[in-house]
Design a protein around this ligand. Sequence first.
Ligand SMILES: Nc1ccn([C@@H]2O[C@H](COP(=O)(O)OP(=O)(O)O)[C@@H](O)[C@H]2O)c(=O)n1
Length: 408
Amino acid sequence: AYYNRDYSANTENLLPSVSRPANLSRTFYGIMFDAGSTGTRIHVYTFLQKDPAELPILENEMFHAVKPGLSAYADKPEMGGDTIRQLLKVAKKTVPRSEWKKTPVVLKATAGLRLLPEEKAKALLNEVQDVFDESPFLVTNSSVSIMNGTNEGVLAWVTVNFLTGHLYTHTRKTVGILDLGGGSTQITFLPKSKKTVYSAPPSYIARFNMFNSTYELYTHSYLGNGLIAARLATLGALGADGLEWKVFTSSCLPKKFREEWTFGGITYKVSGIPDGYAGYKLCYYEVMRVIKGIVHQPYEVKGSSIFYAFSYYFDRAVESGLIDGTRGGIVEVRDFKKRAKEVCNKMTKYRPISPFLCMDMTYITCLLKEGFGFKDNTVLQLAKKVNNVETSWALGATFDYFHNLNIH
Ligand SMILES: Nc1ccn([C@@H]2O[C@H](COP(=O)(O)OP(=O)(O)O)[C@@H](O)[C@H]2O)c(=O)n1
């Protein structure tokens, strides 16, 4: 409804019911950079504000992504800055020149920079600030930052619930979100039961304001439990020394597989166990160590709310053939488990897709079941985009910029 008028499903909920004089509408733009651990993405949003008291209508999103992420330039920040400069060219093409000065440009970094030593992260952010300062867009001293995990979860929840039309209804029916990045993973939902709130660690409950009401969400970001960080942890390579000579092995990898593999600017030697066993069961025990006792099980997740799962949940579901990449789809937790078994027990078949597919699918299964405590029949809606807009925290962060949701 907001992006493409052909999407009429939720239009009634999304458009103000009373039509207002057209001259009160105004178009404005927002530029949000997502500096993730595996890539940097730019979102340029075009909004139409009809009523200053309501969230604006999203007219268009321009999206572009580059790999690798900023953290890969930890030792050459100027080159990291260049990736931002390149992406800003796209913004200049999208935003009319007359609007440049009024259009904010913001970059928020997630797990990739959270995991770097502070001085290296700072040098990268300073470089980005310089690139922003020389741009024609609106820049303040809070334009460039590392976002905290709570905001990452809350803002992705805002995005998905906005795009699915749930923020406009007064029923308080919403959807939960599951985001699996490279470095961190987030779970966020609106609890129905008070017990979920008081049985959770206090830092897992976040509040924010929108439309004069306060939302109280269950949210947490697990740093080091993103899919790529979890691979390293499973291999015992996260924070290990002797990387020049050590080879990290796992029964989640094809037996004859051997490769050098780079994440966050560091190269690791990894391999399967040539004369050992490989397969789902052994792999499950290995990934279990990365999850057991680390991930909190919310009281309510065993209930029946709908969760939207995106990022690597979506990518791996597509690669393993669980869903169709253009349409997305609905699966149950048990479908991930079934497919993980199939992938792990037929490693040669799936190896051309990715030698890590068994490890990744097993990790996802283990995270959902043993981590968050989802039941086998919990329904997951897998999506990369909703109504043609990226399911990322970036849209929520742009709302936060303009409306100050006061997340606390
Ligand atoms: N707008 C976006 C952003 C990330 N992603 C996916 O999210 C995964 C990695 O997330 P990330 O690099 O931001 O990881 P973190 O830094 O959040 O841990 C990849 O599968 C990306 O393709 C996406 O599909 N769309």
